[in-house]
Design a protein around this ligand. Structure first.
Ligand code: AMP
Length: 369
């Protein structure tokens, strides 16, 4: 983590990735230009590193120059006009490649086009190392793009935050604290997680993700994931970690603007818990609590046999499979109690009683978080 002035930043794009991308841009541009001797024009201050690394890799003769974006006080006191200065060379008939560190709104690009309008260049091409498609508001063509990035503030590799960070060899992204409530609803099969999640998601405006439901949806639709998962699920065994983790990440990504999540049936192993922590961290968030519904085995078996009469679930139809699921739960999953206890995030709640009573007990825990 990195702190500049009052803001925190997290590592985003490594030196290695930047280098690879620049090499690709060099290859593409040098191929397009053939035997032309181009003039590379870096836009100061931001693109000094990019321009330097780019031209060092450029395999053929070329010229390099810089222009600078300067702020002038506008006619009205609140208005700030940006002007490019430093273009002193005659560029008539030349192939000019602008090297930009980043294009976001496109305001600088508009300036570039304004000053090159009367230069009679042979061709003017725009190359940018970073590009924010969601922020770009202009129609100018961008000929070469290194990496497309989301519309979030970045520093490093020539880019600054209020003067600092230009010297960093890699890119950092601003850390935005999101106020999410993320709960892991935990408990053996038949503990009532699904039922309770329905109430809690309404009450706290959260997105409920049940990995069991997602698997069943995929099985019903005969997707590749469904086919793979079915063989495990029908026996009451766990689906392999990587398959489940990839699926869960995709579900979370589908709901990127959520207030928070109720994870139901996930994590079930330590590897899944670690993957979930990493995923939450990538969202500048975390798991707030694991709430476990505690219910005795014999009550669970009775509830599941009862549910199997109407649910149509193959894994509810047979008492031996039901017992196997409960055994699997304690064998593989109960270790998660230790995982979350170690972070002081484990809350056990009595899962026997009426649905309303149990909702009340769960809400009492959540309200205190
Ligand atoms: P559930 O509806 O949560 O009882 O899940 C039904 C079945 O889906 C489980 O018995 C597993 O076979 C599979 N499953 C659901 N969630 C996971 C998970 N997190 N990891 C591995 N398998 C899972």
């Amino acid at each position: 983590m990195l702190k500049l002035h009052n803001k925190e930043f997290k590592p985003f794009i490594s030196t290695k990735e930047i280098e690879t991308v620049i090499q690709e841009m060099v290859n593409e541009i040098s191929q397009d230009l053939g035997d032309e001797v181009p003039v590379f024009v870096g836009i100061l201050n931001g693109s000094f590193m990019f321009t330097s690394d780019f031209v060092k890799k450029y395999p053929k003769p070329c010229e390099v120059t810089f222009i600078k974006l300067a702020s002038y006080e506008g006619v009205k006191s609140t208005e700030d006009i940006q002007r490019l200065i430093g273009l002193t060379q005659d560029l008539t008939g030349r192939s000019v490649i602008i090297l930009e560190d980043i294009i976001d709104t496109g305001n600088t690009l508009a300036e570039v086009h304004r000053i090159f309008k009367n230069e009679n260049v042979k061709q003017l091409k725009i190359a940018t190392l970073f590009y924010k498609p969601d922020a770009y508001k202009k129609d100018f063509k961008i000929h070469y793009v290194g990496i497309k990035i989301p519309n979030k503030f970045i520093v490093g590799y020539g880019l600054d935050y209020d003067g600092l960070g230009r010297n960093l060899p890699e890119i950092y992204q601003i850390k935005e604290t999101q106020f999410m409530t993320n709960l892991v609803l935990f408990g053996p099969p038949g503990a009532g997680k699904g039922t309770q999640a329905e109430f809690l998601k309404e009450k706290y405006n959260l997105v409920h993700i049940s990995t069991g439901d997602v698997f069943r949806f995929n099985i019903k639709n005969e997707t590749a994931l469904g086919m793979l998962a079915k063989s495990y699920i029908d026996k009451g065994e766990l689906v392999p970690d990587q398959v489940t983790i990839d699926m869960l990440e995709a579900e979370v990504e589908k709901n990127s603007s959520a207030n928070g999540f109720i994870f139901d049936g996930f994590p079930r192993t330590n590897a899944q818990a670690e993957a979930l922590d990493k995923l939450m961290e990538s969202k500048d968030s975390s798991i707030n609590a694991m709430i476990a519904l505690e219910v005795e085995d014999e009550i669970l078996v009775k509830r599941l046999v009862e549910r199997g009469k109407t649910s149509g679930r193959a894994d509810d139809a047979d008492e031996a499979i039901i017992r196997n699921r409960i055994t699997e739960y304690y064998k593989k999953t109960a270790v998660l109690k230790d995982y979350y206890s170690a972070q002081n995030k484990y809350y056990g709640v009595d899962g026997v009683g009426s649905i309303e009573e149990i909702t009340k007990r769960l809400s009492a825990v959540i309200d205190k978080l």
